[in-house]
Design a protein around this ligand. Structure first.
Ligand code: GLA
Length: 359
């Protein structure tokens, strides 16, 4: 896994580490409200390779960039991609460890900007590589916390911790049931005979950082009006109905979405999971208002297919990908037919996972 580093720097790396992207089955915009989420890791991974360099300058190269990016530990790089790596190095320094100057190479199988957490995979792979290089006493939960801080402090998105926890702790066979308040996790097996399909709507996510931060502030305002520390603490769903809009609808999404995750993990039932995913999409569209017409159309086509249990947008929304849980034996047929119908309606979708179907 070090050919890219050798080609870029003309020597071997000292360490290399990988981390996967994720797709979220249920529990959207609940993590920063101390709630529950159910992501699963994707087969596509990001690899970060490192070696110590002379001097003070960090040099970052990637197969995706023509030119290397250089930075020092004292100044935030302008390039957004560089900020994630810089942020991780800073977190390690701020935790009290010396980090030498480094040559860094990034190779990613994850498409960027479609909602599959390519940034969390980059952060977790960078921190894993730093842990290996410097023999840091850092466990996987701590890696996720440092990765989240790197994104909030240095990339400017006030994200929750789902993506980083999924990249650090999830695998491709089980979903990760996470309590975002206690950070307790439990691996949850997908129902027998069910498989996860991820399709891109072809609409790049736009204004995610500003719209995301705005939703987060609306949730904080809803909490202040309800007199609770977080929306997780709303005991009776009727409580939120007294709020004026938009806080009523934002809070209602979070409260009902938490209940959906808890119901889904009580059983291993594909039909129930699908129903809850469909309800989640409706709530993200109508109450949380993070969908767009193209995502609604692709999700409807998926939901109407007889081999699909349920479908929803995945991640922050505002464009990007949809996730469906389907009959495993018919997943290729679902992808082909739904993408064909979407194209006939004018969309330009594509298959993102499982990558084996692309072969
Ligand atoms: C983004 C954030 C996550 C989470 C999702 C929405 O992926 O990084 O923390 O809030 O949006 O569920």
């Amino acid at each position: 896994m070090s050919e890219g580093f050798v080609a870029a720097f003309g020597r071997s790396p000292e360490v290399a580490a990988k981390a996967p992207g994720r797709v979220n089955l249920l529990g959207e915009h609940t993590d920063y409200n101390d709630g529950f989420v159910l992501p699963i890791a994707l087969p596509q991974q990001t690899t970060v390779s490192l070696a110590r360099a002379a001097g003070r300058q960090f040099t970052l190269r990637s197969d995706g960039f023509a030119r290397p990016l250089a930075f020092t530990i004292d100044a935030l790089p302008d390039e957004p991609f560089g900020r994630y790596v810089f942020g991780c190095v800073r977190e390690v320094v701020d935790a009290g460890h010396d980090v030498p100057a480094l040559d860094i190479h990034v190779a990613s199988e994850l498409p960027m900007g479609v909602g599959l957490s390519s940034s969390a995979a980059l952060e977790v792979a960078t921190l894993r590589a730093l842990r290996a290089l410097l023999a840091l006493p850092t466990d996987d939960v701590r890696i996720a916390q440092m990765a989240q801080r790197a994104e909030i402090e240095h990339a400017g998105v006030r994200c929750g911790i789902m993506d980083q926890m999924a990249s650090s702790l999830a695998d491709t066979e089980h979903a990760l049931f996470l309590d975002a308040r206690s950070l307790e996790t439990r691996l949850w097996s997908l129902p027998d005979g069910a498989a996860v399909l991820v399709l891109d709507s072809g609409i790049p996510r736009s204004l995610v950082a500003s719209a995301f931060n705005q939703r987060r502030s609306e949730c904080e305002e809803a909490c202040a009006r309800l007199g609770v520390a977080s929306l997780r603490d709303v005991r009776r769903p009727e409580q939120v109905e007294a709020l004026p809009d938009p806080w009523r609808r934002r809070a209602r999404h979070v409260v009902t979405e938490n209940a959906r995750v808890l119901r889904a993990v009580e059983r291993n039932d594909a039909g129930l999971l699908g129903e809850l995913m469909n309800a989640s999409h409706a709530s993200l569209r109508d109450d949380y208002e993070v969908s767009i017409p193209e995502l609604d159309q692709l999700v409807s086509l998926l939901q109407e297919h007889p081999a699909v249990h349920g479908a929803k947008l995945t991640g922050a929304g505002f464009g990007g990908a949809c996730v469906a849980v389907c009959h495993a034996g018919r997943i290729g047929e679902v992808a082909r037919e739904v993408l064909g119908d979407y194209r006939r309606l004018g969309g330009r979708g594509r298959l993102l996972a499982p990558p084996a179907l692309l072969a």
